[in-house]
Design a protein around this ligand. Structure first.
Ligand code: NAI
Length: 466
């Protein structure tokens, strides 16, 4: 089989950056170059202030950068030199045209593929790392073969990424599994072996699964759909708990003790966010519809609908509890990232909830330990689609949780940042008008402690207001 000596990764985002930085650290004999068209992003990767926040990422990047790990905007040079190319570009939901709102927009992936075909002067293994609809590898192969130079052969592999933001480095160091899909031809299997040998530098061989191309592509969509489905299931149960007085943490604990179900990923919350779950399920919905499987499409669509319902329900509960109006009231939102330990806000429930409060003309304060002020503005103006001026008088972005909570009639916890547990809640209470409400959208705070201080605590999935 081919021995990989030089790797290029196209796309220096949340996946390409951490994934290939870890490959560089674990494979000192392989030169890894991560390329991107976005100059600012590459500059940040080459600086002390990395473009994304992930625990442990700084150390990983610092230990390999300049040795066998390089970040560059010279996409062509990266392609030319590499034996193996990861394509790790964004594949967002299409905004217009056929499949708008559901299908994946593959334009970035196809542009990157075309560039490989145009530039490459020798044979390459091209690895689809982005999450893509089933059979995308086929389209990539057609594009590559139609545009390649004589003597250049391309093998396509599918190698979806299963890392979770917030724990990306730990996940990459010790993955549950690595999945590689290839054509079941001799050449396909050789290419698969080459990539397998890269991972085998730190991943036990039995955890590197090799399957057919289409199984690999579909497995990624399936994994995300099933993870999100667990969240929507537990959130649907949380609504029943609130109506009956049962406690969702107790129910999830009891259910999760069944080894067939398992205890992980059964936490009720304000709803899932992140760039992947919704996008990938909608992708699966579109795929199902294209395959004339409307019932299957409907089943998966309900997972996303339940998530929307949960966010909406939570926001409405805040309004109901504050005596049916929040107009002019000050509400503190703690947490803007879609989960803790990341600065990523894509599809964050905080955005939906803040928009709801703004529509009701509340005055909101926002604090998040990792998200920048600029990002919050981009999210609330939908990247410039919505005018900022009307929002300005209703929004204050704060530098600390205490600042955000001062004089707030309600404190709404949207992200489960550890630091929210350690806040000086007594001090915060002293500065809140009465009754002082805390809405725990993550079931993370010590309810008894807060109640003893004097707060009215409302959590998802519990009926009794203490
Ligand atoms: P991202 O948006 O953070 O990064 C993508 C990067 O690709 C951007 O920096 C963009 O400038 C660059 N790019 C786009 N077209 C390019 C081109 N033609 N040439 C060079 N660079 C180009 O996206 P992210 O989050 O890293 O996701 C990438 C893929 O991985 C997506 O398909 C996503 O579904 C998948 N994925 C994401 C996970 C996550 O946790 N974010 C986890 C697993 C998979």
């Amino acid at each position: 089989p081919i021995t990989v000596k030089k790797i290029c990764c196209i796309g220096a985002g949340y996946v390409g950056g951490p994934t290939c930085a870890v490959i560089a650290v674990k494979c000192p004999n392989i030169q890894v170059t991560i390329v991107d068209l976005n100059q600012a992003r590459i500059d940040a990767w080459n600086s002390d202030n990395l473009p994304i926040y992930e625990p442990g990422l700084d150390e990983v990047v610092k230990s390999a950068r300049g040795k066998n790990l390089f970040f560059s905007t010279d996409v062509d040079k990266g392609i030319l030199e590499a034996d193996l190319i990861f394509v790790s570009v964004n594949t967002p939901t299409k905004k217009s045209g056929i499949g708008a709102g559901f299908a994946a927009d593959l334009k970035f992936l196809q542009l990157a593929t075309r560039r490989i075909a145009e530039v490459a002067t020798s044979s390459k293994i091209v690895v689809e790392k982005s999450t893509v609809p089933c059979r995308t590898a086929d389209a990539m192969r057609t594009i590559l073969e139609a545009n390649s130079k004589p003597g250049c052969h391309f093998d396509i592999l599918s190698n979806p990424e299963f890392l979770a933001e917030g724990t990306a480095i730990a996940d990459l160091f010790k993955p549950d599994r690595v999945l590689i899909g290839s054509l079941q031809t001799e050449q396909g299997k050789d290419a698969c072996e080459a990539l397998k040998n890269v991972y085998a530098n730190w991943v036990p061989k039995e955890q590197i699964l090799t399957v057919g191309l289409w199984s690999s592509e579909l497995s990624k969509l399936a994994a995300n759909a099933m993870l999100a489905q667990r969240i929507s299931s537990v959130n649907a149960l949380s609504a029943i708990c609130e109506a009956t007085g049962a406690n969702i943490d107790e129910v999830a604990y009891a259910v999760g003790k069944d080894t067939r179900v398992g205890s992980k990923f059964l936490k009720a919350s304000v709803g899932f966010g992140g760039s992947c779950f919704q996008k990938d399920i909608l992708n699966l919905v579109y795929l199902s519809e294209s395959l004339h499987l409307p019932e299957v499409a409907k089943y998966w669509r309900a997972v996303v609908e339940m998530n929307e319902h949960q966010k909406e329900r939570f926001a409405r509960k805040v309004v109901d509890t504050l005596f049916n109006t929040i107009t002019g009231k000050k509400i503190a939102i703690l947490g803007w990232a879609f989960k803790k330990d990341t600065g990523d806000t894509r599809e964050s429930p905080s955005i939906t909830i803040a928009n709801h409060f703004l529509t009701e003309k509340a005055r909101i304060t926002v604090y998040d330990p990792q998200v920048t002020q600029d990002q919050i503005w981009l999210d609330l103006t939908n990247y410039g689609d919505i005018p900022a001026d009307p929002i300005k008088e209703h929004l204050t972005i704060c530098q600390s949780a205490e600042e955000a909570c001062a004089n707030a009639e309600a404190i709404v916890v949207c992200t489960e940042w550890d630091e929210f547990k350690q806040l000086d809640w007594k001090k915060i209470y002293a500065k809140c008008p009465r009754p002082a409400f805390v809405f725990d959208g993550r079931l993370m705070l010590n309810r008894k402690e807060l109640t003893d201080i004097g707060f009215q605590v409302i959590t998802i999935g519990t009926g009794d207001r203490v």
